[in-house]
Design a binder for this molecule. Structure first.
Ligand SMILES: [Zn+2]
Length: 167
């Protein structure tokens, strides 16, 4: 069983590569689902499993979906603030501004294309997970004041990761 990669792990900062072999995605669905639900997550991206490929799983309350090679085709100018957390940054929550809606295109685990208009909570999850594929974490969206307020907590998480890895 793989562990969720924690802040400070370089894989979380890498730009992930497009998926060409969909069997890799299919072989990871079960593991991704288990990890995501076990940690009470609503989304989990491949880089968080140490896999630098462009896919993620999400569940906005309507069921689990695999999102492969996603694109954001259009986004609302209008922003909405909501609280976010991330399984790679345990126990840290912050208000983040996201576009109110996004029009997206992605492939499923079989390679079929889907186009959807996502709003509110679904749009927020999608934008958060999509960021992971470009090496962006939700804390990067904070202003310097909010980031400073969290700096001790973030430092502790990174130190904890090192200790765990060195064992
Ligand atoms: Zn995350």
């Amino acid at each position: 069983m793989v562990n969720v990669r924690i802040l400070g792990d370089p894989v979380l900062r890498k730009k992930a590569e497009p998926v060409t072999d969909f069997s890799i995605v299919r072989s990871l669905i079960e593991e991704l689902k288990i990890l995501m639900y076990q940690e009470d997550g609503v989304g989990l991206a491949a880089p968080q499993l140490g896999i630098s490929l462009r896919f993620f799983g999400m569940d906005d309350g309507t069921g689990f979906k695999m999102i492969v090679n996603p694109e954001i085709l259009e986004r609302a100018d209008e922003k909405e603030t909501g609280e976010e957390g991330c399984l790679s940054i345990p126990n840290v929550f912050a208000d983040i501004e996201r576009s109110r809606w996004v029009r997206v295109r992605y492939q499923d685990e079989h390679g079929s294309y889907h186009e959807e208009l996502l709003q509110g909570y679904s749009a927020r999850i999608f934008q958060h997970e999509y960021d992971h594929l470009d090496g962006i974490l939700f804390i990067d969206h904070l202003d310097s004041k909010a980031r400073t307020a969290l700096s001790q907590q973030l430092k502790k998480i990174m130190e904890g990761r090192k200790k765990y890895q060195e064992k």
